[in-house]
Design a protein around this ligand. Structure first.
Ligand code: PLP
Length: 454
């Protein structure tokens, strides 16, 4: 009997290029628009926020983009990452399915986020920028960018969503350990934060509010640029190292995926895992079902609309056509802080509209139950975000148990939960509620969508 659990690659097999899916899609995604003119934004509109190299990647039509040597040198600290066969979970479920997870939690910050934090810090430093600003939900992105900023000698200021700031003090300490400055958001530091605090002094914050604060600070200082940990094309592009490695590792394992599932906040770990597989699917070389899993409390794919909306709460960003719950939407403070975003990657939203992927929403209690089951069989405590993907894997594997199908299921275990233990303790003490989104709250938030565009 084959007992292999880890499928690993030598450093020499690490991808040397990122994969851009845009030229392989049957139709191009709609462009971002300038909110004032309603016209597509150009590089000049984005220059106050991002370095030229990242703007070029954002709109690139090239299928492959070379990864700079200095970035590869930092990737080597944790890449290639292992692909695991979840044999113990399979046995526990009694399923004939083969479950694989690509483990990204071994990076310095404990998640997939350094895959894009490192190139973003690199390109900013290469263009002479000395300081970055960003937002963070769960604190995973903030700690990834804090690590990457320390590598390339940049200062970093982070706005951390208040709910996570209070739930996850160790993430703040980790960011400060890497040398970053952290504000709870909404904060009195910015006009956007002060406006929210005046209306809602006890606001738990949201990613949309924290983005407004970080963008405002960067836009008002020519020496400062802004960095985003998800949603944008260049972020998903950098994450494709996950899928490229997984393709090689599944060949080693002698399996081809039938179902690929991943959790989606802004879509970066999911896009990074699935885009290389979608390329293979579009070329007719495999035919996996590809499924995004989002929280029932923040269901942008499954209950949002596909419309032009702002990426942030204050309306400072370009308008992006995406699945959105409305930029004024403030999700309930669920534990998967990284999934509390009102919108979704415009590229993934477009791919969803093309019918190339599907989506489901899961309540957090089902996800924590799946996370505990995973921890007790596979040993790794997952971050609350990927417990959504694990819950969907378990659901699929139990379906296989019913039907007897030996399906191959692949997911990304995109972060560990060792700094999220209070959330697990709360779940075990019966304190984790399922915060479903009411129709009234949703239609209220959607009423605030910008009209007459697109
Ligand atoms: C561990 C982890 N997984 C998933 C996410 C969701 O982001 P994305 O959808 O961009 O992967 C986050 C975001 O902070 C995260 O920290």
């Amino acid at each position: 009997m084959d007992r292999q659990v880890k499928y690993t690659l030598p450093e020499s097999e690490m991808p040397a290029q990122w994969y851009n899916i845009v030229p392989d899609l049957p139709a191009p995604p709609p462009p971002p628009l300038h909110p004032g003119t309603g016209q597509p934004v150009g590089p000049d509109d984005l220059a106050p926020l991002f370095p030229a190299a990242l703007i070029a990647q954002e709109v690139s039509a090239e299928r492959h983009i070379a990864i700079p040597d200095d970035v590869l040198d930092v990737y080597r600290l944790w890449r290639p990452t292992p692909l695991f066969r979840a044999r113990r979970l399979e046995r526990d479920l009694g399923t004939p399915a083969h479950i694989y997870y690509k483990y990204e939690g071994g990076s310095p910050a404990g998640s997939h986020k350094p895959n894009t934090a490192v190139p973003q810090a690199y390109y900013n430093a290469a263009e002479g920028i000395r300081r970055l600003t960003t937002e963070t939900g769960a604190g995973q992105w903030g700690s990834a960018l804090a690590f990457a900023s320390s590598v390339f000698g940049l200062d970093l200021e982070v706005w951390m969503v208040r709910a996570s700031h209070d739930q996850k003090p160790y993430r703040k300490m980790l960011m400060e350990t890497y040398g970053a400055t952290v504000h709870a958001s909404p904060s009195p530091e910015t006009a956007a934060g002060r406006a929210i605090l005046a209306e809602t002094p006890d606001s738990t914050g949201s990613l949309g509010i924290a983005i407004s604060e970080a963008v405002e600070r960067a836009a008002s200082d020519p020496d400062v640029r802004y960095s985003l940990g998800s949603v944008l094309n260049h972020v998903l592009l950098h994450q494709t190292v996950i899928g490229e490695e997984a393709i090689k590792q599944l060949v080693q394992a002698g399996d081809t995926p039938d179902v690929i599932v991943g959790c989606t906040g802004g879509g970066s770990n999911f896009g990074g895992l699935v885009f290389p597989f979608l390329r293979e699917k579009l070329a007719g070389r495999m035919n996996p079902v590809i499924r995004a899993v989002e929280p029932a409390a923040c269901p942008s794919f499954t209950r949002g609309v596909y419309a032009y909306d702002f990426g942030d709460t204050a309306g400072l960003t370009p308008l992006m056509k995406m699945h959105t719950l409305g930029h004024g939407f403030v999700p309930d403070p669920i534990h998967a802080g990284g999934l509390r975003y009102h919108g979704m990657s415009p590229l993934l939203s477009h791919i969803y509209e093309l019918g190339l992927i599907e989506a489901v929403a899961k309540p957090q209690s089902e996800c924590f139950a799946a996370g505990l089951r995973f921890a007790r069989t596979e040993g790794i405590v997952p971050a609350p975000e990927p417990t959504h993907a694990i819950a969907a894997c378990i659901e699929e594997a139990l379906r296989c148990k019913e039907t007897g199908e030996e399906k191959v299921i692949l997911t990304a275990l995109c972060g560990h939960g060792l700094l999220d233990l209070p959330a697990y303790a709360g779940y075990q003490a019966g304190r984790v509620a399922d915060l479903d989104l009411s129709d009234e709250a949703l239609s209220g938030a959607l009423a605030g969508l910008p009209g007459n565009v697109g």
